[in-house]
Ligand binder design. Structure first.
Ligand code: PMP
Length: 395
């Protein structure tokens, strides 16, 4: 029968099993997941209409609320990485013509400004050079000038290693009658967010960094103020799958738990849900204060050891530096790319030679999630020391 004969050869590359090796992932991107979150991926599957699956959704909502320190009802996780959360929250909050003030102090702020334009926003950029951040006085002046409906800030600009504090931002947004949206991808789990206390309206993050999980879901939380802006929309958000109303049905926020057929919007990745539930349970088990404390302690230890090696920080002011993601200048006369590949080959440790705005000029190290511990920090220091002292002339 001709119709069941493949017209093409089997791809050669897929005729053997995949092999990988253990690597220490400390580049400031995805971290090695907590064992508990990783093992959850292989738990037996269940259907999404199962009461136990619906309970997992509610466990995850509780976990996200705890990690963000919020009571927001509209708290759930989109399928996709942090970029899905970024574009999803912008789509839900922006109506064409809305004035959006975006804080740009590196790659991610720039990306947000561009995505906001796609959704029809009238974007005003406020900018800071790489390595610095905004002060409340800067922000207030821009709010007065532009009178935006939305203020967007990145709390951890991972492309420059800069921390943007959240204290006072929500109050300013209340005063100038706009919605605050904050990217906490590079700060969540590493340092306090306190969404309610700081009166932040919308937050998103990913699961593979400070939380210590596996990439694939993007937790989001919307305040009652944000939901009230959403409800006044004259137009629908453009992307169906991140529409907060549709997702609130799918996550049983607006749909009774006994109506799973009505709540069904699209398939969920049950294995990723298990994994996120377990990483949140891991954080609950340790306690969020202890998690923040551990990250701060390891960060201090790592920084002081690295400074002793003669490494100089990219971010000049100590209080502007992220906890858990440290960026050093490549020492004069050395090649950042070569240091990175030397450490990768010799120690099986992935550090990053910088991204975007400072590619090749810095060495970035991320010690967060399961990698925020003394043993890992010490191994990275030893690898850096070896690379910096190497007599190999081309390093
Ligand atoms: N925002 C920031 C600050 C980031 O560092 C990243 C990259 N991890 C993202 C957003 C995008 O997240 P993801 O790579 O999970 O899509």
């Amino acid at each position: 029968n001709k119709s069941i004969v493949s017209q093409y050869e089997k791809p050669e590359c897929l005729q053997s099993s995949l092999k990988t090796e253990n690597r220490l992932l400390v580049s400031g991107g995805a971290t090695n997941p907590y064992q508990r979150s990783f093992e959850a991926l292989s738990l037996p599957m269940m259907g999404m209409m199962d009461d136990r699956a619906i309970k997992i959704l509610s466990d995850i909502q509780e976990g996200i609320r705890y990690v963000l320190q919020t009571k927001n009802e509209y708290t759930l996780a989109y399928h996709g990485t942090g970029t899905t959360g970024m574009s999803g929250v912008l789509d839900n909050m922006i109506e064409p013509g809305d004035k959006v003030l975006v804080g740009v102090m590196g790659y991610w702020g720039d990306k947000v400004a561009k995505i906001a334009q796609r959704f029809g926003a009238n974007v005003a950029r406020m900018e800071k050079p790489p390595g610095s951040r905004f002060y409340l006085t800067d922000i207030e002046a821009e709010l007065q000038t532009h009178a935006p409906t939305i203020l967007f800030l990145i709390s951890g600009e991972s492309s420059t290693g800069v921390y943007q504090p959240l204290e006072g931002i929500g109050e300013l947004c209340n005063k100038y009658n706009c919605i605050s949206i904050i990217d906490v991808v590079a700060t969540v789990g590493q340092q306090p967010i306190k969404m309610d206390e700081n009166k932040i309206d919308v937050i998103y993050f990913n699961t593979q960094k400070g939380c210590g999980g596996i990439a694939g879901l993007s937790p989001v939380s919307y305040s009652p103020r944000a939901m009230s802006k959403f409800r006044k929309r004259q137009t629908l958000p453009r992307i169906y799958q991140t529409d907060i109303k549709e997702q609130a049905d799918a996550w049983f926020i607006t749909m009774p738990k006994d109506s799973p057929h009505k709540a069904w919007r699209h398939s969920f990745s049950i294995s990723l849900l298990y994994s996120l539930r377990e990483v949140l349970a891991r954080i609950v088990e340790e306690g969020i204060e202890k998690v923040w404390e551990r990250h701060a302690d390891i960060d201090q230890y790592f920084q002081s050891r690295a400074e002793k090696l003669g490494l100089e920080h990219f971010v000049p002011k100590p209080e502007d530096r992220l906890i858990g993601t440290t960026m050093f200048k490549v020492p004069t006369g050395k090649d950042g790319y070569k240091i990175e590949s030397y450490i990768a080959e010799k120690f099986k440790i992935d550090v990053s030679p910088g991204l975007f705005v400072n590619m090749g000029k810095v060495l970035r190290v991320g010690l967060f999630g399961s990698n925020a511990n003394l043993e890992v920090a010490t191994s990275v220091i030893q690898a850096l020391e070896c690379a910096l002292n190497s007599t190999q002339t081309d390093l």
